[in-house]
Design a binder for this molecule. Sequence first.
Ligand SMILES: [Zn+2]
Length: 448
Amino acid sequence: MKADLVVRNARVVLHDGEFHGGLAVKDGVVVAIGADSALPQGTREIDAKGKVLMPGVIDPHCHLGVKYPFPEDMRTETAAAASGGVTTALLYIRNLKPSYLPFYAERKELGEQNSLIDFGFHFGIQREEHIAEIPEIVAKTGVRSFKCYFGYEPDNPIGIVPATDGWVYAAMRILSKIPNAVINVHCENTQIATWLKTEMKATGRQDLGAYTESRPSFCEVETIRRMIFLAERTGCPLHLVHTSVGMGPVLAAEAQGRGLNVTVETCPHYLTRTCYDSDLDMTAKISPPLRPKEDQDGLWQGILNGSVYSLGTDHVPFFPKKGEDLWNELPGVVSFPWELSLLLHFGVHQRGMSLSRLVELNSYNPARRFGLAPKKGTLRTGADADFILVDLDMEKTVEHTGKGTCIYTGWKLKGWPVLTVSRGTVLMEDGHVDESGFGRGRCVTVPA
Ligand SMILES: [Zn+2]
């Protein structure tokens, strides 16, 4: 058999170990993986020269088409993702109409017409009808992951409808009976944050720290505790998205110890930035906010001790921020192109995190949590040939030319992806993204 693409002479890293060798791809799937001598010949052969070969990054948390048109974001942002080694992106999408079915059909079609990489969806619960529709949504769309949002005041600038405890409880009760279903919660106590915001606004402060202090860490810790309580009552799997507090992984580990299915996601910005960094201003507003140093330390502890389950970027391209008023600024930043490099630099190089642990956080665990395994998230015979080559020693400075706000511009990071392959197709090589593939990406959250 002749393969389409063969990579040899690589340091192959999977979630459970590593070896020297490579893999072979035919028709978009892995047909052999192992020592160089065990691989067939390929139409194209790549000598990795000892670089790291790992599964492509699965970014389970992004928001596309929020301000810019959805088809446009599905091009520009999936190209940015491919440049950073991301081969699958899952979008949290919201719809204010009573049913998700027409919205899903439209987004799936537009995605498959424009996306460079594979993609899928989670649905935001925005009204009561969405809860009743869950069984039908699962049957007809294959999406089993739903999100409830706390922390958004009724007049929030993005138009998110905040959840009630009743919504969460009712959704959990239904999801607990559906195999592999999961509820995602944005944890921040809406009422306390609203109260403190009014107080803080009256002081006239406009610095980034004022935003954080108007919704302090305990607001998030309180809601995490409440959600774990409800997950225990209902038996529903719970995923704590974009966790910014050091107590998050501690509480999840405690819950897991009692046998609960509770997992924690954190994001690169909470691991690398604090709300008091002197070079940041209101344009670094994010929801939940950047936190003080002690929360960052707690999250790194969770990364290193295994109690953080997965990473997500929360990538959201907004129009250029105005920097005029802290309270009206849209919350969110972009990080598809640098998530992996930030983790290589601050995790692997600075803190001694193993590459296998990085693969677990970035690929293996998100695939398991959201029903993409075993086709994605690891590399074995029969799996989708989604992989990257990483140059651990390459040093490069972050430059941002795309949409949205970047909070890392000018940072010199060590460790960069140099090749991104999606189902056997090379999407990025030596920093150059091949944009001829727009529309090749496929929706991966589909009925079983
Ligand atoms: Zn988000």
